[in-house]
Write a new protein. Structure first.
Length: 291
C-alpha cells in the first residue's frame, strides 16, 4: 500500500514527510507506456505533488506541478488532491536518453535545465496561488528543493527516487521532504545536511527497509514522533460528464464543425488514457446547451 507518513522532531522545529509510491508510479508507467527514464521523471514529480498536496488543509484543494526544462520529454504535469492522490503525464513518455556515467537514469537530460518548475495551489478561491522558480538540474528533487526555499521561503530538503527493474516495471518509488520551521536552531541545519549526505540510496532504503527507515537515517540523532499516516494512490477524476461539459464549453460554432464531419468524436483523457466517444447526434445535443 502506498502511503505518506508525517513526523516532527526537535520540539516541532523539524517537519518531515515520507512517501512510498511504488504502485502509484507503476500504474502511471502502464497507463502512459513510459520508458525507464520518463518513468523516473514522471514518478518523481508525482511523488513531489503527492507530498505537497497531502499537506494542504483545505478539503477540496488541489495542487499542480508543471515542469518544462526544454528537454525532449517536454512538459511533465502532476496533479494532487488534498488527500495526496495523484495523476499526471509526461508529454513524450517514450524518450530514453543514454544513462549517466554512473549508470543511473539520466532524468536531467530528458527534462532539460532551461525552464521553470511551477506549482499551483487551487484552494477554491477566485484565483489559484502560483509560484515558479528556474530549474536547477532537471533531476526534479533539487528543483523542488529550490522552489520551496526560494518561492515559499521555507528552508527545505527534498529527495525523490524511482528504481526501475530490467523488465521496466517499478521496483521502488518514493521520496521525502524535510523542512525547518521559523526559530529553528542553526545547528539543526548541519545535522540534517550531514545525515542526508551520509544516508543510503533512497530507493534502496524504500525497497529493502521501508519508509520508517528513511526517518531513522534523515533524523539520526534527533528524537522524532510520527504524527500521521495517509494512504495514497493514482486517481483520475475524469468522467464522461466532465468531458461532455468541456466539449460544450468550446462553443456552438466549433461543435457544428465537428458535427459536419459526420464522424464519431473520440476524446482521450491525458491522465488515464480513458477514451470517450461521442456520436454526431450526441454532439448535437451538446450544441443545444453550448454558448
Amino acid at each position: 500500500m502506498d502511503k505518506i507518513i508525517r513526523a516532527t522532531a526537535a520540539d516541532g522545529f523539524v517537519k518531515m514527510a515520507v512517501i512510498t509510491a511504488r504502485d502509484t508510479v507503476e500504474r502511471a508507467r502502464l497507463i502512459h507506456g513510459c520508458s525507464p527514464t520518463a518513468c523516473a521523471a514522471l514518478g518523481r514529480t508525482l511523488c513531489a505533488a503527492s507530498l505537497l498536496g497531502e499537506a494542504m488543509k483545505e478539503e477540496q484543494a488541489s495542487l499542480t506541478i508543471r515542469i518544462n526544462g526544454g528537454g525532449p520529454i517536454g512538459s511533465i504535469v502532476a496533479v494532487s488532491d488534498s488527500g495526496g492522490n495523484v495523476r499526471g503525464y509526461a508529454e513524450n513518455p517514450f524518450v530514453d536518453p543514454p544513462r549517466r556515467r554512473d549508470g543511473k537514469l539520466n532524468v536531467g537530460a530528458a527534462v532539460g535545465r532551461s525552464g521553470m518548475v511551477t506549482v499551483s495551489r487551487d484552494l477554491g478561491l477566485r484565483e489559484p496561488y502560483i509560484g515558479s522558480t528556474e530549474l536547477v538540474s532537471g533531476e526534479i528533487a533539487e528543483d523542488i528543493t529550490a522552489y520551496l526555499t526560494e518561492s515559499e521561503q521555507v528552508p527545505s530538503a527534498c529527495a525523490l527516487g524511482v528504481l526501475v527493474d530490467p523488465d521496466r516495471s517499478v521496483k521502488a518509488a518514493g521520496g521525502f521532504i524535510v523542512q525547518l520551521m521559523p526559530g529553528a536552531d542553526e545547528a539543526l541545519i548541519g545535522t540534517l545536511e550531514d545525515n542526508i549526505f551520509m544516508m543510503d540510496q533512497l530507493t534502496t532504503i524504500l525497497d529493502e527497509d521501508g519508509a520508517e527507515a528513511v526517518f531513522t537515517q534523515v533524523l539520526k540523532g534527533l528524537e522524532f514522533h510520527v504524527v500521521g499516516e495517509t494512504a495514497v494512490g493514482y486517481r483520475c477524476y475524469c468522467s464522461r460528464e466532465r468531458v461532455a461539459e468541456a466539449l460544450r464549453s468550446v462553443g456552438g460554432e466549433e461543435l457544428e464543425s465537428m458535427i459536419a464531419e459526420g464522424k464519431e468524436l473520440s476524446v482521450s483523457c491525458q491522465f488515464c488514457d480513458t477514451l470517450y466517444r461521442f456520436t454526431p447526434d450526441e454532439l448535437r445535443e451538446l450544441k443545444e446547451g453550448a454558448p
